[in-house]
Ligand binder design. Structure first.
Ligand SMILES: O=C(O)CC1=NCN=C1
Ligand SMILES: [Zn+2]
Length: 406
């Protein structure tokens, strides 16, 4: 299949395949007005202005609309069962997220629902979310397990992720998050559960590229997180970490020290943690939707991070508790309003920098020759309009590996 997208305002994000955008380069869109993208057999063949178009190419005139790389969502808890809206009123009335968890709700409520669900039920619910994500421009998504907290259900979640990756247009990248919470059966013996997670590693390895830990006061300590992640590294996992979400436990310092591909949340990261991230290759994945939904006054210190040279990506953190939304465009709005990112930075954070946070910048995240032809055509002609006009879906069309999928 040969396609020529012509007359597009193309946000190429080119020039950052080897290293992410950071500091003053953050938000460099590589904008090409009235540009052309030639696509052949699912790959980008050429990008430029006034390109000669071979006669066997099907021409698609995008009439001056914005064309971007497919959006990449590098932090979701996609595969889970059920929902937790009954906690919503409790939280509105002031009950803290961690208190609900301590009482056996929160993550543990999703664990109960997911353990009971069949593989088919997991697939059915997750397919609906993937369809929504695709309709809003997401072409690659990371999926964490972590609602099983036992081998059988962790495997069920990861197998569902693997099946979805094969059958759905959106690419699904699996992360093992067995260390998401301490299950009730190990409430009196958390270290025993740490050893249980370590025993799971070699078994789940064939279903997940990454291993992640919820490093947080009252969940997994830095020492426990380090033990699990270093073991995971031995088994060939790439590493991620939920760090400094609520309390500054120095999870960011751990991430930089053991070379996590990403450190996520970071609302409570301290100055030393920012320095360490800035001097590392670890990507900071920021999740403003979670702060918003938890009615937190605190957001990650993005401006300080940008100033110090930390590479920043964005994600939805789609999950049934702290951030039940699949909408990346809403997250862009929240990133602009509450992290003070420019719209251009928000787009870079959901494309090339998000690709780096999944170690996928070699084949996606920008519109450059040789990369897969994951493209989004927006029904507007500039990036600013997307977060500015919030609460709607601006996508006009999505192409996945050169095939129109939405
Ligand atoms: O609440 C959830 O289900 C997801 C979550 N894990 C760590 N923070 C939020
Ligand atoms: Zn999360």
């Amino acid at each position: 299949m040969k396609l020529a997208f012509v007359n597009g305002n193309i946000a190429t994000l080119q020039g950052y395949t080897l290293s992410p955008q950071r500091g003053e380069n953050f938000g460099d869109l590589g904008l090409m007005e009235k540009g052309t993208v030639l696509v052949e057999d699912g790959y980008i063949k050429e990008v430029g202005k006034d390109l000669p178009i071979p006669s066997d190419y099907q021409i698609i005139d995008v009439q001056g609309r914005l064309v971007t790389p497919g959006l990449i969502d590098p932090h979701t808890h996609l595969v889970h069962y059920g929902s937790r809206e009954r906690e919503y009123t409790w939280r509105i009335q002031g009950k803290p997220y961690m208190e609900i968890l301590k009482e056996g709700g929160g993550i543990l409520s999703s664990v109960k629902q997911t353990r009971r669900a069949t593989l088919e039920e997991l697939l059915k619910q997750s397919r609906k979310s993937l369809d929504r994500m695709l309709s809003m421009g997401i072409t690659t998504v990371e999926n964490k397990s972590g609602y099983g907290l036992n081998l059988e259900t962790e495997l069920k979640q990861l197998k569902a992720g693997q099946i979805l990756n094969k059958e759905h247009p959106v690419d699904v990248i699996n992360t093992f998050l067995g260390a998401h919470a301490i299950p009730l059966e190990y409430k009196e013996n958390p270290d025993g559960y740490v050893e249980e997670v370590i025993k799971m590693l070699p078994i789940v390895r064939e279903y997940a590229q990454f291993c992640d830990v919820f490093c947080e006061e009252g969940v997994f300590s830095v020492a426990q997180s380090e033990r699990i992640l270093l073991k995971a590294k031995e088994y060939g996992f790439k590493l991620k970490i939920h760090a400094d979400e609520i309390v500054p436990t120095k999870g960011a310092q751990l991430a930089a020290r053991i070379r996590c591909v990403s450190a996520d949340h970071l609302l409570a990261v301290d100055e030393e943690g920012i320095e360490d991230l800035a001097n590392s290759k670890t990507i900071a994945v920021l999740l403003p939707g979670t702060s918003f939904n938890l009615m937190s006054k605190k957001y990650a210190p993005a401006q300080r991070m940008i100033e110090k040279g930390v590479a920043i990506a964005l994600a939805t953190d789609y999950n049934p508790g702290s951030c039940p939304t699949e909408n990346p465009q809403l997250i862009m709005t929240l990133a602009c309003l509450n992290l003070k990112l420019t719209p251009a930075q928000a787009l870079a954070a959901f494309t090339i920098n998000a690709a780096h946070s999944l170690d996928l910048a070699h084949d996606r995240g920008s519109i450059e020759k040789g990369k897969i032809a994951d493209l989004v055509i927006f029904d507007c002609d500039n990036v600013d309009y997307i977060p500015y006009h919030f609460g709607i879906n601006h996508v006009q069309a999505v192409y996945k590996r050169g095939v129109k999928v939405c």
